[in-house]
Design a protein around this ligand. Structure first.
Ligand code: GTP
Ligand code: SPV
Ligand code: MN
Length: 584
């Protein structure tokens, strides 16, 4: 395979001249190609076979211990004008970044194979989908891209027709943290990544293309590229309505996207349909509603915490055709992670004999890669070229205090405010301290490819043009009690909150019953969230109370934060903030 498209052929030539690979392979995305790659990686030790009787076609990859998460401090947005990247991004001048990267890429593929991966983000026949080509010297990246994207011949065909594609160049380099950069050139539709083989740093279709570059394009084209799951909730009446929800990394998107309804809901006939678990492209439709597609074709999900009680759907899809990264293994050579079950693993994520003194057996950010088609709750609308209509947008964070279980925004503007004011405790998905509350507007702090002030203004613009905008909500599954325990049972039980959200969305504005007004938004009325069948009654009083002094402080902190983004903060957000403070 090669290509008729001169721009692509020339680029591959130019990269090959610079990186000096031993051979060049154009990936067609076939099953034979995948099997051959797996066999090659089993030989090199890049993959380790897991128990093929219990886990057919499942493999384990162990990363370099210095390369197990996204590296936000080494991730740059290289716009011509520094202001356009905004204080939310690290910036480097394009010429300086190119010089740095050219020096790193020079000869870096000697003795290696250069793989050319044409891919399509979104259903292959959707006008909303976008094309890209990733060049990489990592077979692990190729194998993951095959599960995560529509990769190979059909994508190349569309690229040749359209002539426009995002160029992503990746090399694992030496895996040296001091020679590692993830560079974005939105104005050139280019990504260059060196020195890491980890997910978000190396699978360039994912965060680099589908969020950082796409958010840039979405802004100029009138749509939104967001860090959101997409889920369809089918009521006993047989009506399916769709929710898009943004939570920061490792804060519950995968779990919510494939939740299993609690027993009374299952018995009543509620069903869940998974469209996506991480990225969502939202387009205004001709009918004035907002439509969502999932640009991805697979999951790169967090392993720890996944169990029969929290996410049985995930376990059903992880016992075949999955690649595990940095999990532990049991004496029967099955994958294992903290929270899975009571077994004691024999080897930890680094391959050492398991010793609790070394810390967790599976890395806290260990992950699985699996095709979305393996998901038992896979939605038959996931390939819909128009996308699915969204009835509610949900923003959520991980907050031990302050944030209530659920809060409804008065309108799109207020919802944009709640999204912008999000903060959440940091997790192991990125290198750095875990558990520190940081501001993470719309769960996009690491992923918005441009200035947050412009981004909020764009949100307001998109909403103002929708004749039937979805309602916007804020949730928090992670509120803790005095002993550090979670106050809300979470996981499948979150459907109880989604039910209230959908009820409120169907109803007409504030005339709907079931909510009480507060200065920061609308809360469920006592009894409005169905708690029937819960073995323990949660402390709803704490979960649904807005404390004026705490919130005044929070709004002050947000006001301080906003000053970093001046003079680009939309007036409407500042006016809302002032009004809320007054009312508190
Ligand atoms: P990324 O893939 O990093 O973007 O993360 P994600 O948002 O998809 O996070 P995921 O659903 O994988 O959840 C991360 C962690 O949060 C896992 O350890 C889950 O077990 C845990 N978690 C998810 N939902 C809930 C919940 O409702 N309550 C509690 N207490 N924990 C949850
Ligand atoms: C996240 O960190 O939000 C992820 C995993 O979904 S990664 O692909 O590394 O971005
Ligand atoms: Mn994510």
């Amino acid at each position: 395979m090669t290509t008729q498209l001169k721009a692509l052929a020339d680029w591959v030539d130019q990269v090959a001249n610079m990186t000096q690979p031993d051979r060049i392979v154009w990936c067609d995305g076939s099953g034979e190609e995948y099997s051959a790659l797996v066999n090659e990686m089993l030989d090199t030790g890049d993959l380790i076979e897991l128990n093929q009787a219990t886990h057919p076609e499942c493999y384990l990859h162990r990363s370099d211990p210095n390369d197990v998460a996204r590296v936000e401090h080494l991730t740059f947005v290289c716009t011509a004008n520094e202001q356009d990247a905004g204080p939310n991004n690290h910036w480097m001048a394009p010429s300086e970044a190119h010089a740095k990267m050219d020096a790193l890429f020079d000869g870096c593929m000697k003795g290696r194979t250069l793989y050319v991966i044409p891919y399509c983000m979104g259903p292959i026949d959707s006008p909303l989908s976008r094309l890209g080509v990733e060049i990489t010297d990592s077979a692990y990246v190729v194998a993951n891209m095959r599960k995560m994207t529509r990769m190979g011949a059909p994508a190349l065909e569309r690229i040749e027709q359209e002539g426009r594609f995002v160029r992503g160049l990746h090399s694992t380099g030496e895996l040296d943290p001091d020679r590692r950069f993830i560079m974005h050139f939105p104005e050139e539709l280019q990504i260059q990544s060196y020195g890491s083989g980890y997910g978000g740093n190396a699978l360039l279709g994912k965060k680099c293309h589908a969020l950082r570059i796409a958010s840039h394009q979405a802004r100029s084209e009138g749509w939104l590229a967001e860090h959101m799951l997409i889920v369809g909730i089918e009521s006993p009446a047989g009506e399916t309505r769709y929710i898009a929800a943004a939570f920061p990394s490792a804060c519950g998107k995968t779990n919510l996207a494939m939740l299993i309804p609690p027993k009374p809901y299952l018995e009543a006939g509620w069903k869940v349909h998974t469209v996506g678990d991480d990225i969502c492209w939202l387009h205004p439709g001709e009918d004035g509603r907002l439509y969502a597609i999932n640009p991805e074709a697979g999951f790169f999900g967090v392993a720890p915490g996944t169990s029969e009680s929290t996410n049985p759907t995930a376990l059903r899809m992880l016992d075949h055709e999955a690649i595990f990264t940095n999990v532990a293994v049991t004496d029967t050579n099955e994958p294992w992670w903290e929270g899975l079950d009571q077994r004691i693993p024999v080897r930890d994520w680094q391959g050492r004999p398991y010793d609790p003194a070394h810390g967790a057996a599976a890395h806290p950010n260990s992950r699985f890669t699996v095709s979305i088609k393996n998901c038992p709750s896979y939605s038959d609308q996931a390939e819909n070229a128009r996308g699915v209509p969204i009835d509610a947008i949900v923003f959520g964070g991980r907050r031990a205090t302050l944030a209530p279980l659920v809060l409804e925004a008065r309108d799109w503007e207020h919802g944009t405010f709640l999204g912008a004011a999000m903060a959440s405790e940091t997790t192991a998905a990125a290198t750095g301290k875990v558990g520190v509350v940081r501001r993470d507007p719309m769960a996009m702090k690491p992923f918005a490819g441009y200035h947050f002030g412009d981004y909020w203004a764009h949100w307001l613009n998109v909403g103002a043009k929708l004749r039937h905008p979805p309602k916007i909500f804020q949730v928090n599954w992670f509120r803790r009690g005095p002993e550090g325990e979670f106050l809300w049972p979470g996981f499948g039980e979150n459907l109880r909150v989604l039910e209230w959200i959908l009820k409120r969305s169907a109803a007409d504005g504030e005339s709907a019953t079931g909510a009480v007004d507060t200065p920061v938004g609308l809360l469920p009325e006592p009894g409005a969230v169905n708690l029937e069948g819960l073995s323990e009654q949660p402390d709803m009083e704490t979960l649904l109370t807005i404390k004026a002094d705490e919130w005044s402080q929070e709004l002050s902190a947000f006001e301080d934060y906003l000053t970093d983004f001046e003079p680009r903060v939309p007036q409407a957000l500042k006016a809302l903030l002032a009004r809320m403070r007054e009312q508190l």
